[in-house]
Design a protein around this ligand. Structure first.
Ligand code: SF4
Length: 262
């Protein structure tokens, strides 16, 4: 849905439906106003709603308290919408964790859409949900994400098998592509990641009914701090030029390093 501030008027039918979802709650890890730092909408002022809970356990997860050790407060959909409306943003990013593990996220997205907001959902692409999403920002998890015993932040290795089984589902990825505007966003460290990315993109292209353009495939440098990005930024930019895929910055890291709530 295009952004249209004038559209922030709900029809009476929508409002009646919305009232029925007022009291539903979601586990919210944080909710803040910032700039979208990544992807096609990088630089766009946006409210971020970060839900807690994930069906995967990437060893490098940069939102540890939504996956390995989830923490959150329960907020009703009404409370969340009130917070969103207290900012000037027309864009809302629903992220996690994996937001689509929660059924009530679809009600939240429908309410945001009815109120005229453009919605981006940041997802690992393993759980398809038929709801109101303007941009599905999908980050498929590569083999290097698996929390083997040596890499498991808890040192237990108990998630490795489940993570490996769940991390890629080509049919689900194709269903996202068929139903939403999408971007496929990959965290890249170096050239060794490219073979797997190209194979995965080819597999999803084969399974999908609509084209995936190279510019819908985004390479994002690994690094959650400025120092970390300094190591990978130029290398990944060169890989983007070589492959024809799009480079995406991590603006929030460039601007605010690893400060929380950015
Ligand atoms: S899918 Fe995302 S939120 Fe879940 S563990 Fe991996 S990086 Fe963390």
């Amino acid at each position: 849905m295009p952004v249209n501030a004038d559209a922030k008027t709900e029809t009476s039918a929508n409002m009646e439906e919305d009232t029925n979802t007022d009291a539903r709650t979601l586990p919210i890890n944080e909710l803040f106003y910032s700039l979208q730092g990544e992807g096609k909408l990088a630089g766009t002022p946006s409210v971020f709603i970060r839900t807690s809970g994930c069906n995967l356990r990437c060893w490098f997860c940069d939102s540890y308290h939504t996956s390995w050790e989830p923490t959150h407060a329960g907020m009703t959909l009404s409370e969340i919408i009130d917070e969103v409306e207290s900012s000037d943003a027309n864009h809302v990013v629903v992220t996690g964790g994996e937001p689509l593990v929660h059924d009530d996220v679809s009600h939240l997205l429908e309410r945001l859409s009815n109120a005229g907001y453009h919605t981006t959902v940041e997802t690992n692409g393993t759980i398809f949900t038929d709801t109101a999403i303007d941009l599905a920002s999908i980050s498929p998890k590569l083999a290097s994400s698996t929390p083997t015993a040596e890499r498991d932040p808890k040192g237990e290795g108990e998630w490795a098998e489940r993570h490996e089984e769940r991390r890629i589902d080509i049919d689900t990825l194709a269903t996202f592509v068929n139903n939403y505007e999408t971007q496929l966003k990959f965290v890249v460290t170096d050239e060794s990641d490219m073979k797997e990315i190209k194979t995965l993109v080819a597999d999803v292209r084969d399974a999908a009914e609509v084209p995936i353009h190279d510019t819908d495939v985004l390479l994002m440098p690994e690094g959650a701090t400025r120092d970390g990005l300094d190591e990978t930024r130029e290398r990944v930019a060169e890989l983007a030029m070589k492959s024809g895929y799009r480079y995406t910055p991590r603006l929030h890291v460039d601007l605010w390093n690893d400060a929380p709530g950015t």
